[in-house]
Structures are given as structure tokens and as C-alpha cells.
Design a protein around this ligand. Structure first.
Ligand SMILES: [Zn+2]
Length: 81
């Protein structure tokens, strides 16, 4: 058996996954993103289908800003029904 891996619960899907399933996130105290890669990818794919392609390279500040902007728009529209 391998050494016990550190686990973390995903804030989105609620599944407990090994830290390797999360992106590193320097600003968080635990050092990892609170949302797993699978959920992040799903989010990315849904916003891509909604608004068209995102700026490259993936993971850059511009890319991140665009993701956030789109997420905000989607949230607003959902609230309005
Ligand atoms: Zn998840």
C-alpha cells in the first residue's frame, strides 16, 4: 500500500479526493484549490460552450479573469431565471 495520501473535499461536487486531483493555489491556506480539476474542467467547458473560446494560455491571469467574468454573467442570468 502506498503512503496515506492527503485528501481534500471538493467544494463543488462534495467528493473527497487526493490533493493531486486539485490544482495548486498559493493564496489558499491549504495550498490547493477548493474545487477539484474535474469540476473546474466542467465549469470551463460549460462557459466555453456558452461564450465561445477563452483566451490562451489556459491558467493565465487573463484566462482566469475571463472565466470569472463569465461565471458572474451566468450566475446573474440564472438568478433572473
Ligand atoms: Zn469536484
Amino acid at each position: 500500500m502506498p503512503k496515506t495520501q492527503e485528501m481534500q473535499k471538493c467544494n463543488r461536487c462534495g467528493e473527497v479526493k487526493p490533493l493531486t486531483a486539485f490544482r495548486r493555489h498559493a493564496k489558499r491556506t491549504c495550498g490547493y484549490s477548493g474545487i477539484c480539476k474535474a469540476c473546474r474542467k466542467a465549469e470551463y467547458e460549460s462557459s466555453k460552450g456558452y461564450f465561445g473560446p477563452l483566451p490562451e494560455p489556459e491558467g493565465s491571469q487573463r484566462w482566469l479573469d475571463e472565466i470569472r467574468r463569465r461565471a458572474k454573467v451566468i450566475r446573474k442570468e440564472r438568478q433572473q431565471g
